[in-house]
Design a protein around this ligand. Structure first.
Ligand code: ZN
Length: 45
């Protein structure tokens, strides 16, 4: 998942369309990668 730096909404971007990354909500072109909480995380405690 990615996050629009303008409106802050989460944007789902597929690699196929990665060439034109635009926020579908506001049209902003700067989107940052957000860390998903669904990722596997293995930590030694
Ligand atoms: Zn936006």
């Amino acid at each position: 998942m990615y996050k629009c730096l303008n409106c802050g909404k989460e944007v789902k971007i597929e690699l196929k369309t990665a060439k034109k990354i635009i926020c579908p909500y506001c049209g902003f072109r700067i989107i940052e990668k957000s860390c998903p909480t669904t990722g596997k995380r293995v930590e030694a405690v």
